[in-house]
Design a protein around this ligand. Structure first.
Ligand SMILES: C[S@@+](CC[C@H](N)C(=O)[O-])C[C@H]1O[C@@H](n2cnc3c(N)ncnc32)[C@H](O)[C@@H]1O
Length: 453
């Protein structure tokens, strides 16, 4: 191909519709063509969800995939690349659509969709800006969740799906996550290497993926347990790691402020992934810290305890942690839980798990708005039934691996409005794709402080 024959839009189209979003080698082409190609490819991926939202608002039925990609590519130029005149965008669109053998009707249709959206450009950007300002000002807790839902005006699960795929496509790691999910489905144990660990052992099959370089598939439970005990590997995803880091930072800060003993009541400890993660983070900072912590992990489900005893207890014992695991139902039990007032009551509550869509895409099809309401109801009930175990000035922490406002924002608002003495002192949100590690789950943490009347 000579320089003259190179068609930027065609190359963009080929890349975006290729299986792995393979970028072209453009070293032989003009600098301006290369930069336009890069700008459109990355811009379309970055704004994918926004572009789809706009298209979905102006068609009765979403167009077939090829046509949708053409609309996205030219819509992006119309809205974001002011230096390209409108007539040039339309004529390039017609050229590409003709090469792709669109019928004259389809070309007319695509033209109409672009024209309609372009006419509303000012209004669209005003709305986008208004919501962005609310978020940036940080005035409203959970504003960014609301922003994304409102701007895209779609059901939560669809938003998250689009968000996850868009932000993941941008960095192309989806395949590795799917591989991890597939392995998990086959009951193969998967986990993560801890920072600075290199696995050369033939026993441990690394996924050898640049997208998930820390992922490992353990050949058996024994290998997994010993690697965990040797502090080489861990069995949780980045979203959970993020939550554990946040909780452990919080505990460290309390200890550094001079507190002699910290009592933690962890509710919904399950298999203990986050328990172990938090202990591991504390231990790695300073093993002495563990001497000041008394920890009680609780779950309603006895099956979870078996797993916990099998894989998490060993490293905790090795580190001499003051630790116990109990089975208890905080919603049904009439008696009081015998542990005394805790400095921190942490609920890793049951939720839709929509923040983990990239690893569990099957969730999207299962979650309904009604299910979200029911889960939110359960979360508020759990918060209300465990609040009595929080010390005066102590903390009640809610963690959720989801980002729907029904479960996150509404739950914390409902609990705050029912409990004047509990103040929402921190709210942390992890959006998929926003960590250095390239891929993350979506995660939510709400922290209340108890100011007893
Ligand atoms: C999100 S999962 C916990 C995951 C776990 N923390 C981990 O990191 O692997 C929520 C847990 O809450 C537990 N749970 C649900 N209702 C409960 C209740 N009423 N009392 C105690 N635990 C409950 C469930 O059995 C489940 O294990």
């Amino acid at each position: 191909m000579t320089i003259k024959e190179f068609n930027v839009r065609r190359a963009v189209f080929d890349t975006l519709t290729s299986e792995n979003f393979e970028k072209k080698d453009l070293s032989a082409y003009k600098e301006e063509d290369r930069s336009l190609y890069n700008e459109i490819v990355t811009g379309v991926l970055r704004e994918l969800r926004f572009l789809d939202y706009l298209v979905s608002g102006s068609v009765k039925k979403m167009p077939r995939p090829k046509m949708l990609w053409v609309l996205r590519i030219f819509l992006y130029q119309l809205l974001f690349l002011d230096r390209i005149p409108k007539h040039a965008v339309f004529s390039e669109m017609k050229k590409l659509a003709t090469v792709l053998k669109f019928s004259p009707m389809e070309i007319k249709f695509s033209h109409g969709v672009l024209e309609n959206i372009f006419r509303a450009k000012e209004k669209i950007f005003q709305k986008r800006q208004d919501f962005l300002s609310i978020c940036e000002m940080g005035k409203e807790p959970g504003a960014d969740i609301k922003y994304r839902e409102a701007v895209f005006n779609l059901p939560h699960d669809v938003i998250l799906k689009v968000l996850e795929s868009a932000e993941k496509l941008d960095k192309l790691p989806g395949r590795a996550w799917m591989a991890m999910a597939a392995l998990k489905k086959e009951s193969i144990l998967v986990g993560w290497l801890l920072p600075n660990v290199r696995m050369d052992s033939v026993d441990v099959a690394s996924l050898e993926s640049s997208a998930a370089p820390f992922a490992v598939a353990f050949p058996n439970g024994q290998t997994m347990r010993s690697l965990v005990a040797e502090e080489k590997a861990w069995i949780q995803g980045e979203g959970s790691q993020w939550a554990c880091e946040a909780i452990s930072r919080f505990i460290k800060k309390r200890i550094q402020s001079g507190v002699q003993e910290i009592k933690v009541l962890e509710i919904g400890a399950g298999k203990g992934g986050k328990t172990l993660g938090t202990f591991m983070s504390l231990y790695q900072t300073d093993p002495e810290i563990l001497k000041k912590i008394k920890w009680c992990a609780v779950d309603v489900d006895p099956k979870q305890q078996d797993f916990f005893d099998d894989s998490v207890s060993a490293p905790l014992k090795k580190w001499n942690a003051d630790f116990e695991y109990r089975i208890w139902d905080f919603l049904r039990s009439k008696e009081d839980f015998d542990f005394g007032d805790a400095d921190i009551v942490w609920i890793d509550a049951p939720c839709s798990g929509l923040g983990t869509l990239s690893k569990h895409p099957e969730i999207a099809g299962k979650v309904t708005a009604k299910a979200l309401e029911e889960l939110a109801e359960k979360q508020v009930k759990l918060l209300n039934s465990v609040k009595k175990y929080v010390k005066n000035k102590g903390y009640l922490v809610l963690s959720l691996c989801t980002l729907t406002s029904t479960e996150c924002v509404d739950t914390v608002h409902r609990f705050s409005s029912q409990n004047e003495n509990y103040e929402l002192v921190a709210q942390k949100i992890l959006w998929p794709g926003t960590q250095e590690l390239e891929t993350t789950d979506g995660f939510f943490l709400g922290v209340f402080q108890n100011f007893k009347a």
